[in-house]
Design a protein around this ligand. Structure first.
Ligand code: NDP
Length: 298
């Protein structure tokens, strides 16, 4: 029997609704809306789309959206002064600088300039450190979204074998950390891992965050495993089509026949990222305003 499809789109819609309700209650208590500032430098078309959809989702969740679209010619100094202003602005609870930045700007310097308590992307080294030592901070949105889907599906992850393929700072490493915190036994695989298929075959939970179209095949998957596919890859267009299909890092059709549950691409992990960004902004707003967010509310 084919595995269950994990509907990230529906889960994300529910999360956004919950955030919207709590954000309205926050506005009543704080006398202001929770606010998210998104900064885009340059004209990268994909980034323009992402920033536009983040702005719309923020407003739909009863929060204030502050968009800063700067030209490609913006200097690092100008960007750093904008970040400083946003750090100091009491209407701004969360700051997101859309990556990638143009080559003449040092991304790490910009991330380091964001106030860690407004770093709703969770990329600041202080938040990476907090996650590593088990303190509360902001966790990067994509892995936190994957974790929500996993716990919704599996409940307690204690003792399960998890393999994360990919070790980036924004997905693979925080994902592994979250799984470890949930008492899974975690293996992190990467481009130098030997016998990757054998490693993945041991896993009750597979998280693929590689960026290689359909790399993980059905015969890599332990029967019944839960498979979370973070990859977003565009295939070459079919003859006559203007755009190629989007696929994940997992060969979905065949893997579904073996897995117990699996996220599709699109409609799996992707929609979770913005929903978790809104959730992190709501948490930031409560902390900044000194208002309690009931434990487990979100
Ligand atoms: P990175 O390119 O930063 O990292 C990719 C990781 O995959 C690296 O650790 C790399 O290993 C590893 N890798 C590359 N090739 C292989 C291979 N042949 N076998 C095993 N491991 C390999 O990517 P990101 O982490 O930023 O993103 C991963 C994917 O997730 C991308 O497709 C991206 O588009 C997608 N993504 C999706 C998001 C969403 O919202 N759904 C958000 C963020 C990312 P090494 O370190 O050795 O080089």
């Amino acid at each position: 029997m084919a595995g269950t499809i994990i509907d990230g789109k529906a889960f994300a819609a529910q999360l956004r609704e919950k955030v919207g309700t709590l954000a309205a209650a926050f506005e009543e208590k704080a006398g202001r809306k929770a606010g998210l500032a998104v900064v885009l430098v340059g004209e990268d078309p994909a980034s323009q789309v992402y920033v536009g959809s983040k702005g719309k989702a923020t407003i739909a969740a009863n929060m204030a959206s502050f968009e800063h679209r700067l030209p490609d010619s913006t200097s690092e100094g100008e960007l750093l002064s904008l970040v400083e202003r946003l750090n100091a602005d009491p209407a701004v609870d969360g700051i997101l600088v859309q990556l990638p930045l143009p080559d003449h700007i040092d991304e790490q310097a910009v991330i380091a300039a964001i106030d860690p308590d407004k770093d709703v992307d969770g990329f600041h080294v202080t938040n990476a450190g907090r996650l590593a030592v088990g303190q509360s901070g902001f966790v990067p949105c994509t892995p936190l979204g994957c974790m929500m889907l996993l716990t919704d599906r599996l409940g307690d992850l204690s003792g399960l074998d998890a393999v994360v393929i990919g070790r980036s700072n924004i997905v693979g490493k925080p994902m592994a950390q979250l799984l470890l915190d949930a008492n899974a036994t975690v293996t992190i695989a990467h481009s130098r891992t030997k016998d990757l298929a054998d490693v993945v075959r041991r896993a009750d939970i597979v998280v693929a965050a590689v960026g290689r179209a359909e790399m993980v095949r059905a015969d890599w998957i332990k029967p019944g495993a839960t498979v979370i596919d973070v990859g977003i890859n565009r295939l070459a267009p079919e003859p006559g089509a203007s755009k190629g299909r989007l696929v994940g890092d997992v060969a979905f059709g065949e893997a579904r026949e073996v897995a117990g549950a699996i996220t599709p691409v699109p409609g799996g992990v992707g929609p979770m990222t913005i929903a978790v960004l809104l959730r992190n902004t709501l948490v930031a707003a409560h902390r900044n305003a000194g208002i309690d967010l009931p434990e487990g509310a979100i």
